[in-house]
Design a protein around this ligand. Structure first.
Ligand code: SF4
Ligand code: SF4
Length: 285
């Protein structure tokens, strides 16, 4: 049975009530590929950028247990094993295989997964069977016209879709997926990348829709301008505060996301042990 929302507030640093938690997490960068094309996404393999979509390396599921062992030695406060990229966790079977292995070797760790949700509805049972405790789905719009401005296309069942047609499929699958896993007792957090001029006035509508589908908590991530949206300014503090107020009408809002790398290790906002866990292990090969 998945860990409850109340338990997550005491074990998972990103669900903690209040500003800071002393619990840590390890992100396992096992998911190399993606099946959608967010216009702001620039995935990268490097050790210097601090943002989602970046990892120093991609590891195989079989290497994840060693990484967790090393991470727990360096930072015993780690209570969560998460997978958040650098691509999408359901675009390959790497993340679900990894969770299967983590469940056996580290049953005490909370298992946390992030996905764009395109394959969530069809893989919901596999996600539940892998023992995932908390799931984050990134939903940037619930109106296909708006989503098409944020996402150029999707690859779905061997076909490529673009624009509004792609957006309709993505939104439908995300909402259906959120409903299925939250009905099964899993805690769902929804992330939205806040993009000025595109979805700033749409946040209340997203929050209402995902809360109705069963999501428990909502996280607004300010845009990091890059790729096709590199000339778009990041949201102002007023826009972020306005978005939080709009969302709070419908759902709890998480306020202290650090926009972590896909291979972050440690307590969010504190020292990062990613280099020690991933790079030293690789150079020792
Ligand atoms: Fe990038 Fe994530 Fe969007 Fe895929 S779902 S394109 S990895 S931001
Ligand atoms: Fe937590 Fe945000 Fe970092 Fe995810 S990206 S581990 S939600 S602080």
């Amino acid at each position: 049975m998945a860990v409850t929302y109340e338990e997550l507030t005491t074990k998972h640093p990103c669900f903690a009530r209040g500003e800071h938690s002393s619990n840590g997490r390890i992100h396992l960068p096992v998911s190399p590929t993606c099946n959608i094309e967010c216009r702001f996404c620039e995935r990268s393999i490097n050790s210097y950028e601090n943002r989602p979509g970046v990892a120093a390396t991609v590891i195989r599921p079989e290497e994840a247990a060693k990484a967790v062992e090393k991470a727990l030695e360096l930072c015993p406060e780690i209570k969560v094993a998460g997978i958040a990229g650098p691509g999408d966790t359901l675009a390959s079977n790497c993340a679900l295989r990894t969770f299967g292995l983590i469940k056996e070797k580290f049953p005490q760790l909370v298992k946390c997964m992030s996905t764009n949700g395109l394959l969530l509805a069809e893989k919901a049972q596999e996600v539940i069977d892998a023992g995932v405790d908390s799931l984050t789905v990134t939903v940037n719009a619930v109106d296909p016209e708006i989503e098409a401005k944020l996402n150029a296309g999707i690859s779905w069942h061997g076909k490529h879709y673009e624009g509004v047609e792609a957006a309709k499929i993505l939104i439908e699958q995300q909402i259906k997926g959120i409903k299925l896993v939250s009905d099964a007792g899993m805690t769902v957090k929804v992330n939205t990348v806040l993009v000025p001029g595109i979805n700033v006035d749409h946040i209340g509508e997203i929050a209402r829709t995902v809360a109705e589908a069963g999501a428990s908590i909502y996280n607004i991530i300010p845009l990091i301008p890059q790729h096709q949206l590199k000339d778009c300014p990041p949201p102002t503090c007023e826009e972020i505060e306005g978005a939080i107020r709009a969302a709070q009408e419908y759902i709890d809002v998480f306020r202290h996301c650090h926009r972590c790398r896909a291979d972050a290790v440690g307590i969010p906002g504190g020292k990062d042990f990613g280099d020690e866990v991933y790079m030293q292990r690789l150079s020792a090969k």
